[in-house]
Structure formats: C-alpha cells, structure tokens
Design a protein around this ligand. Structure first.
Ligand code: AMP
Length: 420
C-alpha cells in the first residue's frame, strides 16, 4: 500500500501530514501527486471529499519549497509564484486553511482574496509578498486592474471546481486571468463533472495533461442500497444484535464516531456471540493488522471502525456497512458506504439515526441528492425521532423529496424484513 513517504514529498511536508492525522493517501492523491511532482499538467475529475485539495496542494508546496523544504525563495511584492483559483469564497478560504496546515513547517507565505469584504488587508498581504495566492476570479481581476497583483511570476496555476466556476458565469473572467499568467507554467484543473464547456476550457489551458479520476460521490451512493433506522441511542446496540441475526450479513463494517464507541460496540457484539473486533488510531499497528487479517479471512464477521482508521481498509466482499452512528461530515458517509459495493458488486448500507443525528442525516441527504428510505418495521422504531422538528417535515409516511436531486428509485419503498 502506498503511504505518503513513498510519494517522495519533502520532510517538512510529511511532518505536517502526520500532524494532520493523515496516514494513507486517498486514491486521487495517489494518482495525482507523482505526475504533479514530475511537473506534468493534470486534469482531475474529483469533487470535495475525495482529498483533492491535498492532491494538488502537497506537490505545489514541494515544488515551491524544494526537496529540502527551505528553498521557497525571496518574496516579491505583489507577485505570487502560484495561483489557485476557486469559484466561491468558502472554497477559497478552505483551500487557504489547508495550505497553511500543510506548510506549517515551511518558510512559505500564502494569502486568500475574495469579494464581499474589505480589500485593504488583502492588498497589504499582497504588498508584503506571498508565495501562493488563493483567489476568486472577481476580486482577483479587481486587484489586477488596480495593479495590486501581477501574475507574471506564476509558475503553477490551479483551477479548482472548474464546472462550478463556469456555472457561476466566470468564464470570461477566467480567460482574462489565464491571459495574464505566463504560458510556461504547470497547470492543474479539477472539476467534479466534465461537461463540454469544461473540456474546451481544459483543452485551452492544459498541455498534454494526465487525466485522473476519483469516483464521484453520487455515483457511489447510487450503487448502494441505503436504509435508515430511526432508533433511540440507548436501543442501538439491541437493534444491532437483532440485525446481525440475519445470516445475509456476512461481512459487515460498522462505523462509530469515536474510538471508545468502536471498542464498546465490538465488545457488545463479542459478548453476544458475533465475532468482531475494533480498529482505530489508539490500537497498535499489529493489533490493527490482526483485526484486518481476520476480517479479510472471514474469521471476524463484524469490524467496528472509526472514519480515519477505515480510510486504509481495502477489503473486498463487504456485504454491509452499518453506520452505528452517523458521521458529522456528510462526505464521510459517502466514503463509508463506498466500502460496500466495491468493484461493481451490490452492497447494502444501514444507518442508525437517533434524536441528535437528525441534522447529520439532513446534510447527508443533501450531498447524496437522495432521500434514504426509512425502515419502520422493527421493534425499536421511534416515530418521535422520525418526526423530529429539524427533520424537514418528513414524517414516517412521507419521504422528503430533495429540492434539486434525482429521484431515488428506492424512495418510499418499505421492506418488512429488518435487513435484506
Ligand atoms: P477535500 O476533498 O480536499 O475537501 O478533503 C476532504 C477531507 O479529507 C478534508 O477534511 C481533509 O482534511 C481530509 N483528508 C484529505 N486527505 C486525507 C488523507 N490522506 N487522510 C485522511 N484525511 C484526509
């Protein structure tokens, strides 16, 4: 398995990655980092949640800082060496935060500029000098026109969420910005989708690019049969035991939010005669390996994991994923359920949702653009949770229709069986 050290990034960057708690690169990182380190152009089909920010940010920082991590060079006022363009201020801010984290052991300066706020502090940062500029197109053009930023020293140009950029009507702005960036440069373009407008933008920008893809979240979510069980927190373990009576659940990955939670669930299952083990960051490497080997060989039927620990798990034949607790980041839900239905196989994802998790469920349904069918026919169903005030008015008889989503063919169907 590839680790970050195998990707040949400078030591200070590897240290920052360790500080962040990343242990294993995500697929888009494995595919993007080597060609970007070689100086190739890149077309990345990936959306938020895949780890795409680090996929372009780490090689960028490596290039600016040099192999030893100390060669970022003198700052030139108003002349960044790298430009990252993002469609919204939220995304620009997030990218800048990530860059700051990843460059915390480097002598390297970054700044972010976007509209809707005073330009003065942004101009001051530019005048002091920065290596990397993160910007939204409108404000960048403004400040270019005022002579506060010059792009002729840009060596690396990254365009993030290109499809959204075009949807928001930034195409002319982007073209003006591109015209101000030297032709001799490295360019990467990321987009969640590849409509012809993005393809034609890409073909004008990129020079013999490597194309890399990470499965878009919606595709993953569509392959998996998903179910929600509204259940009070204190009944979750009983419901889990009930479900695991079904022999169709052959190999199940169970997710909790915390390490202690993972231990508790694994212990409970073990006491109830289900072979299980927990895997998380507090466990020694050999204990984790033992758990994984057991899960792979089938001697362990239920593996209980936290999100971070699960990133490195690559096991085929996971018949079910059970979210004992819903994740507080909706992207994690997509990662979790993607552990089943691998390599085209069908998979089932069951989620428990208690009173406090209604908001998480709402966020998840927004990003997967589906309503997850509710299973009521079990001894622990809670109508109160199903009808909770923040549920977006969804009652047990009425599955909420997402505002902009595709229809889920499963929507509203109810099965009498607890687990299928
Ligand atoms: P992104 O798709 O860039 O928005 O990243 C999604 C989330 O994944 C962010 O919270 C990152 O901090 C996190 N992340 C990125 N790469 C890794 C990794 N290799 N291991 C663990 N978490 C990661």
């Amino acid at each position: 398995m590839t680790d970050f050290a195998g990707l040949k990034l400078a030591q200070p960057i590897l240290r920052a990655i360790t500080d962040e708690g990343y242990t294993i690169p995500t697929p888009i990182q494995i595919k993007s980092i080597p060609p970007l380190l070689e100086g190739r152009d890149l077309l990345g089909v990936a959306q938020t949640g895949t780890g795409k920010t680090a996929a372009f940010a780490l090689p960028l920082l490596h290039r600016l800082a040099g192999d030893a991590g100390n060669a970022a060079g003198k700052l030139q006022p108003n002349k960044p060496r790298a430009l990252i363009l993002a469609p919204t201020r939220e995304l620009a801010g997030q990218i800048n935060d990530s860059l700051r984290s990843y460059s915390r052991h480097l002598d390297l300066r970054t700044a972010v500029i976007f509209g809707g706020v005073s330009a003065r502090p942004q101009i001051q940062a530019l005048t002091r000098g920065i290596h990397v500029l993160v910007a939204t197109p409108g404000r960048l053009l403004d400040l270019m026109n005022q002579g506060k930023v010059r792009l002729d020293a840009v060596e690396v140009f990254i365009l993030d969420e290109a499809d959204r950029m075009l949807d928001m009507g930034f195409v002319r702005d982007v073209k003006k910005i591109v015209a101000a960036v030297p032709a001799r440069r490295q360019t990467a373009l990321f987009s969640a989708t590849m409509p012809s407008s993005v393809q034609s933008l890409a073909s004008g920008l990129l020079n013999d690019p490597v194309r890399v893809e990470a499965a878009p979240a919606a595709t993953t979510a569509e392959k998996v049969t998903q179910k929600i069980f509204f259940v009070p927190k204190e009944k979750k373990r009983a419901l889990l035991s009930e479900l695991l009576k079904d022999k169709d659940i052959e190999r199940v990955l169970i997710f909790t939010r915390t390490k202690h939670g993972a231990n508790r669930v694994a212990r409970h299952l073990q006491e109830n005669g289900v072979h299980s083990d927990a895997i998380h960051g507090n466990k020694a490497q050999n204990a984790r390996q033992r758990a994984l080997d057991g899960f792979r060989s089938g001697s362990i039927r239920a593996l209980v994991a936290t999100d971070i620990a699960a990133r490195g798990i690559d096991v085929d034949g996971v018949t079910h994923v059970i979210n004992f607790e819903l994740p507080n980041e909706p992207e994690s839900y997509v990662h979790r359920i993607g552990r089943t239905a691998r390599a085209g196989a069908a998979g089932i994802a069951i989620s428990f949702c208690d009173h406090e998790e209604r908001g998480y469920l709402r966020d998840i349904e927004k990003i997967i653009r589906q309503s997850v069918p509710v299973i009521e026919d079990h001894p622990y169903h809670s109508a109160e949770i199903a009808n909770a005030p923040d549920s977006g008015k969804r009652g047990p008889q009425q599955t909420r229709r997402p505002s902009h989503g595709r229809r889920n063919p499963q929507r509203g169907k109810r099965t009498a069986r607890i687990a299928a």
